[in-house]
Design a binder for this molecule. Structure first.
Ligand code: G3H
Ligand code: ZN
Length: 282
């Protein structure tokens, strides 16, 4: 069934596991995520960026996820990922998304608080939770100095949460978006300091495709309750489709090659769910 992320993440915090939040762009990716979570008996977050919404259409997304969730007993969240403006978030709220994110990581501390507050006030009226970001999880291609300069400052988190009333907080602790290497080590000491300041707030890890598995386990033991995964899923999806077409150059039925992509992605989502400790939670 379609649920909000509020209790899912609070339960994860209590149980010291994390809920997987997987990025989708089309029907087959949504199916892969929901089917994988169903087999694993895990709660799951299906998330869409503004780019995904531009591609698939907000009503098609809501309809597909809503219909699949309606006939499924596992808890499924429809989440807006990296919303850059309050307006985009309000559109998702109006369309039936059950979890929002305002990404004010490019703004100053004060401006991030001001804009975030506008959204939390509106969303909370409708009982929809909001994820915010403090510090900035950068994108591939940056050097180490830039990463260090944008890490979350543990001494700012308490004030930020108090003023914004965020339901969960995305933190920058060394990960970078769009990597596939699985070699990045997180700054676990910093994460510990952050969760010591705000122990009651579920923390969110972005850019998880590039993070070492043991580092992810350590992060979950120290307050990370939602782990966002995108790049390694689309990589496996696309590699499988390309491979299928190469081996079967005469096939024109898109169901055949897209299914190959879907099955590979499903396998990757299942692996992640087990790594995050959310398998057999339901
Ligand atoms: O918000 C989305 C995630 O942070 C995905 O990051 O593509 O590096 O796994 P990733
Ligand atoms: Zn992200």
């Amino acid at each position: 069934s379609l649920v909000t992320s509020k209790h899912l993440l609070l339960n994860a915090l209590k149980g010291k596991y994390a809920v997987g939040a997987f990025n989708a762009n089309n029907l087959e990716m949504i199916q892969a995520i929901i089917e994988a979570a169903t087999i694993e008996k895990a709660p799951v977050i299906v998330q869409f960026s503004q780019g995904a919404i531009n591609y698939a259409g907000i009503f098609a997304i809501k309809s597909m996820v809503g219909a699949m969730a309606k006939y499924n007993s596992i808890p499924i969240v429809l989440h807006f990922d990296h919303g850059r403006t309050v307006e985009q978030n309000i559109k998702c709220l109006n369309s039936g998304f059950t979890s929002l994110m305002f990404d004010g990581s490019d703004l100053s501390f004060t401006e991030n608080i001001n804009q975030s507050k506008i959204l939390t006030q509106i969303a909370h009226f409708y009982k929809i939770p909001v994820e915010l970001e403090l510090g900035k999880v950068l994108y591939q291609g940056v050097d180490n100095n830039e990463i260090i300069n944008t890490l979350t400052n543990p001494y700012q988190v308490k004030e930020f949460i108090y003023k914004t009333k965020a339901d969960s907080l995305a933190v920058a602790v060394g990960s970078v978006h769009s990597q596939c290497s699985s070699e990045t080590q997180l700054d676990i000491d910093r994460l510990k300091e952050i969760s010591k300041e705000i122990p009651e707030v579920p923390l969110v890890l972005h850019g998880s495709s590039g993070v070492d598995e043991n580092s992810i386990r350590d992060a979950i033991a120290n307050g990370i309750c939602k782990v966002n995964v995108g790049t390694c899923l689309i990589k496996r999806f696309s590699e499988s489709v390309k491979n299928y077409i190469q081996l079967n150059p005469d096939v024109i039925d898109p169901r055949k090659y897209l299914n190959a992509g879907k099955e590979e992605m499903k396998d990757e989502v299942r692996k992640k769910i087990r790594l995050f400790g959310s398998s057999k939670i339901i």
